[in-house]
Structures are given as C-alpha cells and as structure tokens.
Write a protein that binds this ligand. Structure first.
Ligand SMILES: NC(=O)c1ccc[n+]([C@@H]2O[C@H](COP(=O)([O-])OP(=O)(O)OC[C@H]3O[C@@H](n4cnc5c(N)ncnc54)[C@H](OP(=O)(O)O)[C@@H]3O)[C@@H](O)[C@H]2O)c1
Length: 389
C-alpha cells in the first residue's frame, strides 16, 4: 500500500427527512493500493474545481461514496499531473511526462464515457491528493514545449473537452438541417458556466454570432473583451421555472412571466431579429421552458450538464417536432476527442486565459469550495495547486 496526503470526502449519513447530509473535505493521510501494470503513479500539479465536485459534496444527485460502495473518496477529475512511474504495460506516457487528466474512467464499447474518474467510477482517485494512481487511459500528454501554461491546461482538461464533444455534435446536427446558404451566420447563445464559455469560443471560430448570459458585472465585461455579446440576467431575475408554484402562486407567476418577456426581448435584440439557432444549456429545469421558447425553427438545444435540475420538464413533443428542434445530450468525451481537442487548443490558443487568476494553495482548498459555492468567483475556472511545477 502507498500513503499520501489528501482531501477526502467521507460517505454521508442519511437524515431522518431522507435528504442527504452535505459533505465536506477532510485533510488526512490516505492509503491506496499500488498501481497495476496498466496504471501510473503521478503527482498532481494543478487542479480545477468542477461542478461535479460540488455535486459530490452536496451528494446530489448521488452520494458518490455510497454509489461506489466505498467509505471515502478522493475527488478531482480536472487538472495536470507529472508522471512519477509507470506500470510495465504502459507505453503512452513515461516518467517525467506532464499530462492532462482525462476523466473518462469507464468507457463503453465505442469509447464514450459511462462513469467518471474520481466521481462515480469505483476505485479511482482524483487530483485532491499529493500522489495518485491513474490508469494510462486517463492521461493525455501535453504537447512537449507547449506554448500554453500548465494552469491553462488544468482549466482546459474537463470543461473544454466536454465543450468540444458537445459542440461538435450540436453544430454538426444543426448544419444537417441548415446549410451555409440557409444561414451563413448562426446565432448561438449560452447560459452561464465554463463549458458554455468554451463552446461559444468554438462557435465564434466557426463564424457564428455568439452571446452569453451572466449575472456578474465582471464576467459581463470580460465576455465583451473576448468578443462574446454579454446578456445581463439581472434584467430577468425571476426566470426560474417551478411548475407547481406556477400553477398555484399568482404573484410568482406574474413575476415569472414578466422576466420571461424581458429575457425574450433581450435575446431578440441580441440576435438582431434572428431567433437563437443553438442554445447551450448546462443548467436544466429552471431555465428550460424559456430556453425552448427562445429557440428558433430547426434550432438545437445542447446539454452536458444538469446543474439545477436533472429531470426534463414536460415537453410538447408535437411542437418540438413541428419546430424541428433537436435535443443534444452528451457526457464528457471519448479519448480520441480529448486528443483532438488538445491538439486544436495547442495550435489555435483555444484555452482560457487564467494566468492572472488567483490559484488557491493546497491548504486553502476548502476556502475555494466556499467561494465557488457562494458565487464569489468571477473566473469560470477556479484553480488550486497541489505540488510545485
Ligand atoms: N457531463 C459532463 O461531462 C459535464 C462536464 C462538465 C460540466 N458538467 C456539468 O455542467 C454544469 C455546468 O457546469 P459549468 O462548469 O459549465 O458551470 P459552472 O462553473 O458550474 O457555472 C454555472 C453558471 O451558471 C449560472 N447560473 C447559476 N444559476 C443560474 C440560474 N438559476 N439561472 C441562470 N444562470 C445560472 C452562473 O453564472 P453567473 O453567475 O455568471 O450568472 C454560474 O456561473 C454542472 O452541473 C457541471 O457539473 C457536466
């Protein structure tokens, strides 16, 4: 067995009301088994805090420890590591290589992700430890002599690769119905978050007009500087759909309808009269009905996330068919997509500009979690350092 220092999450207790007790990270000595011949021992350098790590702490939709039948887990499926030693069957990386963490831990027969590393895949470790064991398929070598910083690659590893796979399918699907002649400049809009941000930059590179929604002044300013039209969601503060309340609470309904009108009017203005062609929505239930209303004919709604609601609200199949709306659902990416996204990023600079952002030191990871949870961060890519470069 090996020993390392790690921030761990323990299995939660079930409360009497049936709701899960939220978890917190505990710093302790963590024991783990020796790598097999197909695995490596690695030292994480930088990690990026991700939505799934917060979902794991909240234990929504699942308690990952119970799901994995383990007492405790080490989270962290985004970051950059240095390979320390490799198993005898590993040929893709060598000791000393610097690699991205590629979080697809259990692919299906075609390579698409079934279970995520350091989340629902049992017996896997994430970057919240000084040393970790990883399967070779969970590493993508950063191009040697890369023009980009390790902090940028750490921020890239999960949100950007998710964005790559989801955008490829969303845009490809949209173009099957709408040719260049039909619509030379598509209008693409994203709800908040790092995945949407990365996708909108891809959309811009593909020649689309792009807009993104945020409630933070600093983010709105930064979106404008990278050529993304900012849409301020403080102009529609009550756009959060709750079906039961909508049916029973007249005051709530009036406020919701008012916000929805403002939202649709702002999008119409941003689209210069053109409906939304592709809407990137990784949030889910509270914004879903309004998102569908904003979507034009032959529009695509694309998602890889369910931050505020995993269940699909009632959708009118007839109106979705008549509008020829396409619903795209993806989950991270297969290995070849990760490799393609990494090469594209190296060549084009499609990575987030995070070098001036605060990097939380190892001891302050709980503070990062608190700041992210309270919405105090303006970056979409909250970084922490585990070992020196
Ligand atoms: N399946 C996968 O492979 C995969 C991969 C990556 C992420 N995900 C999931 O996708 C989801 C989004 O992740 P992310 O990293 O892109 O985003 P994120 O960093 O978690 O940020 C989400 C953003 O949504 C906005 N927001 C929050 N509540 C809102 C509301 N009620 N109405 C409108 N906007 C709201 C906020 O923006 P403002 O504060 O700027 O308003 C917030 O910054 C998460 O659930 C994550 O776990 C899934």
């Amino acid at each position: 067995m090996l020993e390392t220092q790690a921030w761990v999450l323990y299995r939660g207790e079930r409360r009497s009301d049936g709701r899960p007790e939220p978890g917190r990270l505990m710093l302790e000595t963590f024991r783990f088994r020796e790598p097999t011949e197909e695995e490596v021992l690695a030292e994480p350098l930088y990690g990026c805090w991700e939505g799934n790590m917060s979902h794991a702490l909240e234990r929504v939709p699942v308690d990952v420890c119970r799901f994995r039948r383990e007492e405790k887990v080490v989270l962290g499926n985004a970051g950059v590591v240095r390979v320390v030693r490799t198993g005898s069957a590993v040929t893709s990386v060598q000791p000393g290589d610097i690699c991205l963490v590629f979080g697809n831990a259990e692919p299906d027969a075609q390579g698409y992700m079934v279970k995520a590393l350091a989340y629902d895949a049992a017996d896997t470790m994430g970057v919240l430890a000084k040393q970790i064991r990883l399967h070779a398929r969970n590493l993508i070598r950063i191009p040697p002599g890369s023009r980009h910083s390790l902090k940028q690659w750490a921020a890239f590893s999960l949100r950007y690769i998710t964005a790559w796979s989801n955008w490829r399918l969303a845009y490809g699907c949209w173009r099957l119905q709408m040719t260049e002649a039909d619509r030379p400049v598509p209008f693409v809009v994203g709800w908040g978050g790092g995945v949407s941000y990365a996708q909108l930059l891809l959309a811009k590179l593909a020649g689309c007009r792009v807009a993104m929604i945020s409630s933070q002044a600093q983010r709105l300013r930064e979106l404008a500087t990278v050529g993304i039209l900012p849409i301020d969601r403080r102009h529609f503060p009550d756009l959060s759909f709750e079906p039961e309340r909508y049916a029973s609470d007249l005051d709530y309904k009036k406020r919701y309808v008012r916000s929805e009108k403002s939202f649709l009017a702002l999008l119409e203005e941003a689209g210069q009269g053109q409906d939304v062609d592709i809407f990137l929505d990784h949030l889910g239930a509270p914004v879903y009905p309004a998102t569908l209303k904003a979507l034009g004919r032959q529009g695509v709604i694309a998602t890889a996330g369910w931050k505020h609601g995993a269940e699909l609200l009632n959708t009118s199949r007839s109106s979705e068919c008549i509008s020829r709306h396409q619903h795209i659902h993806t989950h991270y990416a297969r290995y070849s997509e990760g490799v393609a996204a990494t090469a594209f990023a190296e060549n084009t600079g499609w990575l987030p500009a995070v070098d001036q952002e605060r990097v939380y030191p190892w001891e302050e990871v709980p503070q990062l979690v608190e700041d992210y949870t309270q919405g105090r961060l303006s970056t979409y890519f909250p970084l922490f350092q585990i070992n020196p470069e």
